[in-house]
Ligand binder design. Structure first.
Ligand SMILES: [Zn+2]
Length: 221
């Protein structure tokens, strides 16, 4: 069985989405890309995360979209995952969810501005992709466009898509974007949030990239 480790990791993160309350039931989908074989492992359609077996994780050829292995139907959003692995090489895992606050902002069809520094895990802001019906190539293309130079995008009247170098990163981006969407909704209920400027976010993106690798320089106090 190919990509066994990736299949197990995918199942584990599916369960983590449930326990972290980032999804419910069979909602959302996850994938991992192996650039060497150009195969992606993607969660099956309609099977609750606690019940997915390793043989039901579907392996798909990124170039052709053909199913290579898997005893189940792939997620209906497989094109939305595949388009990123076909045309970007910085993202090796993607998570799509219908988290409450991200979906709230997505229903307003608004871009999420950087009101908190943790949004830097996703980029200088998070754009909302143009609306398209779920499971369509049009939605895949709209999401790809909206996620240019970003690690996440909102899907109009639908939810959230987040990516990273691995599933742990994609999961972190999902959590942070959902947190920032919640802050956005709450601050909007009380007034107007103060938005951080792009230079501050750009500096933060560089800092997160090197986080824990070296001691930051500090001015004298
Ligand atoms: Zn969805």
């Amino acid at each position: 069985m190919r990509m066994l480790e990736e299949r197990r990791e995918l199942i584990e993160y599916g369960k983590k989405l449930l326990t972290a309350r980032l999804t419910r039931g069979t909602g959302g989908n996850l994938s991992i890309w192996d650039p060497e074989t150009n195969l992606m492992a993607i969660s099956p359609s309609g099977i609750p995360y606690e019940e997915i077996l390793v043989n039901q994780v579907v392996l798909m050829d990124v170039e052709t979209g053909k199913i290579v292995e898997g005893d189940a139907v792939p997620s209906s959003e497989c094109d939305m995952h595949r388009i990123f692995y076909k045309y970007r090489d910085d993202l090796r895992a993607l998570i799509h969810t219908h988290t409450t606050y991200a979906a709230t902002v997505a229903c307003l069809r608004q871009d999420l501005p950087p009101l908190h520094y943790l949004l830097a895990y996703a980029g200088v802001n998070v754009r909302c992709a143009e609306y398209a019906t779920y499971g369509t190539v049009r939605l895949a293309k709209n999401a790809f466009e909206a996620m240019k130079d970003r690690n996440a995008c909102l899907l109009a009247n639908h939810g959230l898509l987040a990516g990273g170098a691995d599933l742990a990163q994609a999961f972190n981006v999902t959590e942070e974007v959902e947190f920032c969407c919640e802050l956005y909704c709450r601050t909007k209920a009380m007034g107007e949030p103060v938005i951080l400027d792009e230079a501050e976010l750009t500096m933060m993106i560089g800092r997160f990239r090197n986080y824990g690798q070296h001691m930051e320089e500090h001015e004298a106090i």
